[in-house]
Design a protein around this ligand. Structure first.
Ligand code: SF4
Length: 489
C-alpha cells in the first residue's frame, strides 16, 4: 500500500496497520480519508504517532494473534506517552468487543466494520472523557432485519488517493456483508447482512476515481456475483448489468471483480465477461473442498458435481478464462479419502492458482460449536503442502505453455524484489504488471512506464510469474505517403 506521510509539525499524526482482505484495505483508505479531512496526517512510524489504529481480520486465528501481539508492543508506547490513542477496528473489533478491552485495557476505541464512519468522533470522545469508546453493529439475531442492516451502515465513499495500491488502480465496494453462513466463517457476523450498493452510486464513485487517474478498478463483494439491486424506477440490476454500465465510462480500461460464489455463477454474468473487453478474463471462485460430505458440513450450498458443471460452463462460455480458487484443508472430520477428492478436483480444474488454508476454528461460528477440530496440526500442514505442490505443478505447466506469447499489461510499479527508489532510478528497473487473465508479468523497463499499458512477451516462467520483455514496436512518425523516396531526375 502506498502511504505518503506528511511531516508537518503540530498536526495529529496517524499510523494505521491493516491486515486481512481487500475489503479491509479499502476500509482503511476510507478511515484515513475521513481523519485527514479532520487535520490528521499519516506517518509510517508508530513511534511518532499520536493515534495508532489496527484494522483487523478475524478469518484466521493467526491474523488475530498478530494483532494481540502488536497490541502488546504498543502498550509500551502508551506507557511512555499516555496521550497516544490506540484503536482496534474491523472484524476482530466486531467479534471480540469487550474481550479486546479485557486483554488490552489501554485501548481507546473499538470499532466494528459497520461503524467506521464514527472513528473521528470516537477518538475525540475517548480523548476528552479519558475512557474507552466502543461502536459495534448488532449481532445477526440481535434485532429486526432492518435494525441489523442499519447498524451495518455503508461508509461514505470519500477516497484517499495516497492509500491506494497504485494511483492507477482502485477497489470499489459494490456489496457489504454475506448471507451464506458457511459454517466455518465469521464474515456474516462481523460484516453483517448482504447489502448491495445503488449502482448509480457505484458508477459515480468510479467516474470520480477515473477523473483522479484510475484506469483499472476491482469491484469488491464477499459474494460479488450475488449482487442485486432494484433502483427507484423498478429496474433490477445484476452484476452483468453493472459491468455493462461501467464499460461505458470513457478512460476506464479494466474491470475485475472478486470474490464469486459458485452457486451464483449465472450465464448472463459469464456472457458479460466474454463480451465486454474491459472485463478481466479471470474469475476467483472458491471451491473450499472437493468432497461432498465436507461441503455439506461447511454448508457451501453446492455439490462437487455442481462445481464441476460451473467450471465447464465458464470454459465453454469464455475460452481462455483463468480461474482461481480457495481451499480449506483439515476441516473437521476431513478423512484422507476426503482430502484426496480435493486433490482430484484441483487436478481436473487446472486453476491458475489456489489459496490454501489450514482450518482454524473461529469462536461464534457453527463449525466451532458443532464439530470438534479433530485433524492434528501435523496432518493439516502436510495436506496444505501436498495440495500446494499439486497446484504449483499445474500452474508451472500452464505458464510454460505461455512462453513466447505477448500480453498487454498495466504497468503497476516496481516488482517486489526491486530495492531502491523508482523516482530517482536512472536506468531500467524491474517492473510488474498483470495480464487480463490476472497473471503477473515481471520485466525490465523505464520507471516512466508505470501507469501505462504496454505489450510484453513471455520469455520464461515460474508457477507464479511470467518473466517477460517489453515489446518495442517500430513507430512511424510520418504518414505512409511521405515515405516515398524523392524522384531524382
Ligand atoms: S460465502 Fe461463506 S466463506 Fe464467503 S464470506 Fe460468506 S459465509 Fe464467509
Amino acid at each position: 500500500m502506498n502511504v505518503s506521510p506528511d511531516e508537518t509539525p503540530n498536526r495529529l499524526k496517524l499510523f494505521v496497520d491493516t491486515v486481512g482482505c481487500q475489503m479491509n484495505i479499502l476500509d482503511s483508505e476510507l478511515v484515513i480519508a475521513k481523519l485527514r479531512a479532520q487535520g490528521y496526517e499519516l506517518t509510517t512510524d508508530p513511534l511518532l504517532a499520536d493515534t495508532i489504529l489496527f484494522n483487523t481480520c478475524s478469518v484466521r486465528q493467526h491474523a488475530e494473534d498478530k494483532i494481540y501481539s502488536a497490541l502488546g508492543r504498543v502498550k509500551k508506547i502508551k506507557q511512555r506517552r499516555p496521550n497516544v490513542a490506540i484503536g482496534v477496528l474491523g472484524c476482530m473489533a466486531q467479534k471480540d468487543q469487550d474481550e479486546i478491552l479485557k486483554r488490552a485495557p489501554f485501548v481507546d476505541i473499538v470499532v466494528g466494520p459497520g461503524q467506521l464512519s464514527k472513528v473521528p468522533e470516537l477518538l475525540e470522545k475517548a480523548r476528552a472523557e479519558k475512557k474507552p469508546q466502543m461502536a459495534v453493529s448488532k449481532a445477526r439475531y440481535g434485532g429486526s432485519k432492518l435494525e441489523i442492516v442499519e447498524s451495518f451502515e455503508e461508509f461514505d465513499p470519500i477516497r484517499e488517493q495516497a492509500m491506494r495500491m497504485s494511483p492507477y488502480q482502485a477497489f470499489v465496494r459494490i456489496m457489504m456483508g454475506c448471507d451464506k453462513f458457511c459454517t466455518y466463517c465469521v464474515v456474516p457476523a462481523t460484516r453483517g447482512p448482504e447489502q448491495s450498493r445503488d449502482p448509480l452510486d457505484i458508477i459515480e464513485e468510479t467516474k470520480l476515481l477515473v477523473d483522479q487517474g484510475v484506469s483499472e478498478i476491482t469491484l469488491l463483494g464477499q459474494t460479488v456475483n450475488s449482487y442485486k439491486y432494484t433502483t427507484t424506477d423498478g429496474r433490477q440490476w445484476r452484476l452483468s448489468d453493472l459491468l455493462l454500465a461501467l464499460d461505458g465510462i470513457p478512460d476506464l480500461r479494466r474491470i475485475k471483480f472478486i470474490t464469486s460464489f459458485p452457486k451464483d455463477m449465472t450465464d448472463d454474468l459469464l456472457q458479460a465477461v466474454r463480451d465486454i473487453p474491459k472485463v478481466f478474463r479471470y474469475i476467483h471462485v472458491p471451491a473450499q473442498s472437493g468432497c461432498d460430505e465436507m461441503l455439506k458440513r461447511m454448508k457451501r450450498l453446492y455439490t462437487v458435481a455442481q462445481y464441476d458443471e460451473m467450471m465447464a460452463r465458464i470454459h465453454e462460455t469464455i475460452p481462455g478464462c483463468a480461474v482461481s480458487s480457495d481451499f480449506i484443508v483439515g476441516f473437521c472430520g476431513e478423512s484422507e479419502e476426503a482430502f484426496e477428492k480435493t486433490v482430484r478436483l484441483v487436478e481436473r480444474s487446472r486453476f491458475k492458482n489456489s489459496f490454501i488454508f489450514k482450518y482454524s476454528p473461529r469462536r461464534g461460528t457453527k463449525a466451532h460449536d458443532l464439530y470438534p477440530d479433530d485433524i492434528p496440526e501435523e496432518t493439516k500442514k502436510r495436506r496444505n503442502n501436498d495440495l500446494l505442490a499439486v497446484q504449483n505443478a499445474i500452474s508451472m505447466e500452464d505458464n510454460l505453455a505461455l512462453v513466447g506469447n505477448t500480453f498487454e499489461v498495466l504497468v503497476e510499479g516496481p516488482s517486489k524484489s526491486f530495492q531502491g527508489d523508482v523516482d530517482t532510478a536512472t536506468g531500467p528497473v524491474q517492473l510488474t504488471g498483470r495480464t487480463m487473465t490476472d497473471r503477473i508479468c515481471i520485466f525490465d523497463g523505464n520507471p516512466r512506464l508505470i501507469g501505462s499499458y504496454m505489450n510484453v512477451k513471455v520469455v520464461s516462467v515460474t508457477g507464479v510469474s511470467l518473466f517477460s520483455e517489453v515489446v518495442t514496436d517500430r513507430v512511424s512518425h510520418v504518414k505512409p505517403a511521405q515515405w516515398s523516396l524523392p524522384v531524382i531526375s
